[in-house]
Write a protein that binds this ligand. Structure first.
Ligand SMILES: Cc1cc2nc3c(=O)[nH]c(=O)nc-3n(C[C@H](O)[C@H](O)[C@H](O)COP(=O)(O)O)c2cc1C
Length: 227
């Protein structure tokens, strides 16, 4: 499965099989996590065979059989949430190519002391449940390209493809409070602006990071630059 195919195949999965993660899958995940932690200045940690964090009753989302998850942490900073979204989603899509399922979790988890490590000044931004799903999940309700961008007859085709890929991205409560603006050409480079909308629920900065990750894959990173 390619990363583009992973974008189409990925849906949030909240019920998992008891089956532990295969050894070679764990090795691949750990390698990817180390790579993304370096690139994103994050402290993502894979927690295996730990059933307690998702055992409670939560206000948002019912989880079953979650024994593996990623604790997504990093140094407190203004752009932490966007980096969490951008690099965390790369991990989510990579996991999908390995035959795994996932669910981003902002609220519905319990921090179990002793299972993760936090350095000085670090905080937990969210968790990501991971494992072999009981199902592959279902497609979320999707806004139109026009609702979340300034697409028109003159914007390039790759811009449309980027927005379409972003619309398949997970967002908290499927709020999709992001938008993309095609700005034009500057110094021979196409410029795109990603914006977050307002939400009482929050998580909009994380959502924008996730949506930017999808946009780049859909549009082709070489075709434009962010402003
Ligand atoms: C930042 C973030 C936080 C989320 N938090 C939760 C959560 O606490 N509980 C839950 O059940 N789902 C959570 N989700 C999953 C969303 O509900 C889901 O991504 C959205 O409904 C779109 O569905 P899809 O992922 O299947 O495309 C979260 C997603 C994101 C991106």
């Amino acid at each position: 499965m390619t990363i583009q195919e992973a974008i189409e195949a990925r849906h949030s999965v909240r019920a998992y099989k008891e089956q532990p993660l295969a050894k070679e899958v764990v090795i691949e995940l750990q390698k990817k996590i180390a790579d993304l932690n370096g690139k994103g200045q994050l402290h993502m940690q894979l927690i295996l065979n730990e059933p307690r964090a998702f055992k409670g009753v939560f206000a948002y989302g019912k989880f079953f059989g979650v024994n593996n998850y990623i604790v997504v942490a990093g140094q407190k900073s203004d752009d932490l949430d966007e980096r969490v979204g951008y690099f965390g989603e790369q991990l989510v899509l990579f996991a999908q190519t390995l035959g795994l399922n996932t669910c981003w979790v902002g609220l519905s988890y319990t921090k179990i002391p002793g299972t993760y490590v936090l350095g000085d000044g670090e905080k937990i931004a969210c968790y990501i449940a991971i494992g072999y799903g009981e199902t592959q999940g279902v497609c979320h309700k999707i806004k139109t390209v026009e609702q979340v961008s300034n697409i028109n007859d003159t914007t390039p085709l790759w811009f449309k493809k980027g927005v379409e890929a972003a619309l398949l991205a997970p967002t908290a409560v499927n709020q999709q409070k992001f938008s993309f603006e095609y700005i034009g050409v500057k110094d021979g480079r196409h410029q795109v602006l990603a914006k977050k909308g307002f939400s009482m629920i929050g998580y909009t900065q994380m959502d924008v990071g996730i949506a930017k990750c999808h946009f780049e894959i859909g549009a082709g990173k070489e075709n434009f630059e962010w402003v």
